[in-house]
Design a protein around this ligand. Structure first.
Ligand SMILES: Cc1cc2nc3c(=O)[nH]c(=O)nc-3n(C[C@H](O)[C@H](O)[C@H](O)COP(=O)(O)O)c2cc1C
Length: 241
């Protein structure tokens, strides 16, 4: 049985970390929230972006833009965001809505499960708002990663281009994983667009969509923290024998 067949046959293929097939790269990626300080070169990030740009996009308009942050600039950005998070987080809102105000089933249940698994894994009680805010603050340090991306899109584009952007961001994370790097996509950066804009000279027509931390994971997880619904829950097959 080939590795790909094995991965497809396994009920949960996510415990394999051989980065030798696209399936293993996809299943081995996880939202990493604890990076080592091992450096990642500009050349590696350029390589990742060079391959990620082959993401498809409607009419090939390629609506992505990334600001790649490292070193002193990243430290400055982190400090400014941490200050805002500590002192004035209520004053900052994203320019777009990520979550529906009322999540219908089954999404509501999945979000609740996420909270229980995520905070449970960190030993944080769900109602401990102080501890949760401290965990959120770690986002702005890019969870210790040496490289952070701030991803933006032209606000004059429509929702279809956001599909394209998602594919590009996923390509970035997969290209990183293929090189033994991990990543974390982070919508929480969108909240602080007013701070990011002047610091990174983001033109006013660009909207901050998310950040992505990239680096080497401090340690390999023992298994996948976040489960996935079975294929039968989200796919409807028709016309097969
Ligand atoms: C667009 C997007 C935004 C996200 N924003 C955050 C974030 O701000 N902070 C964070 O810690 N994780 C964030 N995540 C990570 C998700 O929580 C994570 O992908 C999900 O729980 C599934 O876990 P996995 O990626 O490890 O499989 C985000 C994921 C996506 C796709």
């Amino acid at each position: 049985m080939s590795v790909t067949q094995e991965v497809n046959a396994a009920p949960d293929p996510v415990d394999r970390f051989h980065h030798d097939t696209i399936d293993n790269i996809i299943a081995g990626r996880f939202a990493c929230r604890d990076f080592s300080d091992r450096a990642v070169s500009r050349g590696t990030i350029e390589e990742i972006l060079r391959v990620a740009r082959f993401a498809p996009s409607g009419a090939n308009i390629q609506p992505w833009h990334v600001h790649v942050l490292a070193g002193a600039v990243k430290t400055r950005v982190s400090a400014a965001l941490l200050k805002a998070h500590r002192e004035a987080r209520g004053e900052h809102v994203s320019e777009y809505k990520y979550y529906a105000a009322e999540l219908p089933k089954p999404y509501f249940g999945r979000r609740r499960e996420f909270g229980a698994l995520f905070y449970g894994s960190l030993g944080i009680a769900q109602e401990d708002m102080e501890a949760r805010a401290s965990q959120t603050a770690r986002n702005y340090l890019f969870f210790g990663a040496p490289v952070g991306l701030i991803v933006t899109i032209d606000r004059r584009l429509e929702i279809g281009s956001w599909l394209d952007l998602g594919m590009f961001v996923q390509n970035v994370m997969l290209a990183a994983a293929g090189r033994g790097l991990q990543s974390c996509p982070q919508e929480t950066f969108a909240k602080y667009h007013r701070i990011l804009r002047p610091l990174l000279s983001i033109p006013k027509e660009q909207m901050v969509v998310c950040g992505v931390s990239i680096g080497f994971a401090k340690s390999a997880p023992e298994g996948r923290l976040m489960p996935r619904a079975g294929v039968e829950e989200f796919a409807s097959f028709v016309g097969f024998e």
